[in-house]
Design a protein around this ligand. Structure first.
Ligand SMILES: NC(=O)c1ccc[n+]([C@@H]2O[C@H](COP(=O)([O-])OP(=O)(O)OC[C@H]3O[C@@H](n4cnc5c(N)ncnc54)[C@H](O)[C@@H]3O)[C@@H](O)[C@H]2O)c1
Length: 321
């Protein structure tokens, strides 16, 4: 991705090397911290929009930002803040080149369902609408594996799950992610209308349907799941290392051939289990047609083939020592 819009300085801003400037929303979170670190070390100027400081940040927010040039405290459910922060911040920066929208209240069960739905939907609307108003056309968003029908108490029609599998949200959280993808479809359509987009630049929005995001320090917990196929059946035993998620985001940002709105499942090559995937499927989803993706006995049941083929992505981090 080339950066060219951040050469104009805002009043009081000091000149610094020109790098593509990307805003990561939710950059203080689990996936966000890995993404900020990865993009920063890959030559981007990263600005983190979040309500809270990352866990390791100092009181004044100037260190421990995982490499982010700056943390801007933004409540994404407030359009005024989103629009202003994406335009310009006094003495800090003017214009951004791309947005990675990860901020959300993740996973069900940690707030009232309505608060979770309303926060996630308003944040995504505000980000997409502010990008439209400001002509920001390169957007990557966190969607979710939950769209496949998690917790899968209703058996899937067939396996493996692919991007073509039916979208069956079963929670307010998952509904909020489906609304996010629907908004993405419509913002792409709007970007093709001259009255809404006078500059004519068609937007690219990439929705990443992440599987369960894991940090390296969480791999020790996998041992406790091995005795029972039902402990992790709810997402087809999938996972993704935060660092591999960050690399998929970077590849999506840099992809120049994608157009419009495209969704990708981002899951590791294997499951969290040592037992063969075929055995797990037969035990938990008897009668569901299943064609393994390849000969690896532990092959993922959430197909990651589209992300590999289109983005050139290959997960590198495995829970197995
Ligand atoms: N963790 C997973 O297993 C998983 C799986 C699939 C998808 N996702 C999605 O990936 C994204 C990142 O997830 P995560 O695990 O890093 O979550 P996280 O809770 O660790 O981080 C989310 C961040 O968003 C911020 N945030 C939330 N609402 C905000 C608002 N209104 N304004 C500003 N900041 C706000 C939070 O402060 C937090 O730092 C989310 O969109 C989540 O839904 C996560």
């Amino acid at each position: 991705m080339s950066g060219n819009s951040n050469t104009a300085l805002t009043l009081g801003e000091s000149a610094r090397p020109v790098k593509p400037r990307v805003v990561v929303t939710g950059g203080s979170g689990k996936l966000g911290r890995a993404t900020v670190a990865h993009l920063s070390s890959s030559g981007y100027e990263v600005i983190n929009f979040d309500r809270v400081r990352p866990k390791t940040a100092s009181e004044d927010g100037k260190t421990g930002l995982q490499g982010a040039y700056r943390l801007v405290e933004v409540d994404l459910s407030d359009m005024g803040q989103v629009l202003e922060a994406l335009m310009e911040i006094d003495m800090a920066y003017k214009k951004v080149d791309a947005v990675v929208h990860l901020a959300a209240m993740p996973s069900p069960g940690q707030s009232s369902s309505s608060k979770q739905f309303n926060t996630n939907v308003s944040s995504t609307y505000n980000v997409l609408e502010a990008c439209r108003k400001l002509g920001i056309t390169n957007i990557v968003m966190a969607s979710s594996e939950t769209l496949i029908g998690i917790p899968l108490d209703i058996k899937p029609a067939k396996l493996p799950i692919t991007e073509e599998s039916p979208l069956l949200p079963e929670s307010a959280y998952s509904l909020s992610k489906l609304v996010g993808e629907t908004l993405a479809d419509q913002y792409v359509r709007w970007s093709r209308q001259s009255h809404r987009n006078p500059t004519g630049g068609e937007i690219k929005i990439v929705s990443m349907r992440f599987s369960n995001v894991m940090l390296e320090e969480e791999y020790a917990t996998f041992a406790g799941w091995q005795d029972d196929a039902r402990k992790r059946y709810w997402n087809c035993w999938g996972y993704i290392d935060a660092r591999d998620g960050a690399e998929a985001i970077k590849l999506a940002l840099e992809n120049k051939t994608l157009k419009g709105h495209e969704a990708f499942i981002i899951a590791n090559n294997n499951t969290v289990m040592k037992r063969p995937s075929k055995e797990l499927v037969e035990e938990v989803f008897p009668g569901v047609p299943y064609t393994p993706l390849n000969d690896d006995p532990n092959v993922t049941v959430l197909s990651n083939e589209k992300a590999k083929r289109v983005l050139g992505w290959e997960p590198k981090y495995d829970y197995k020592p």
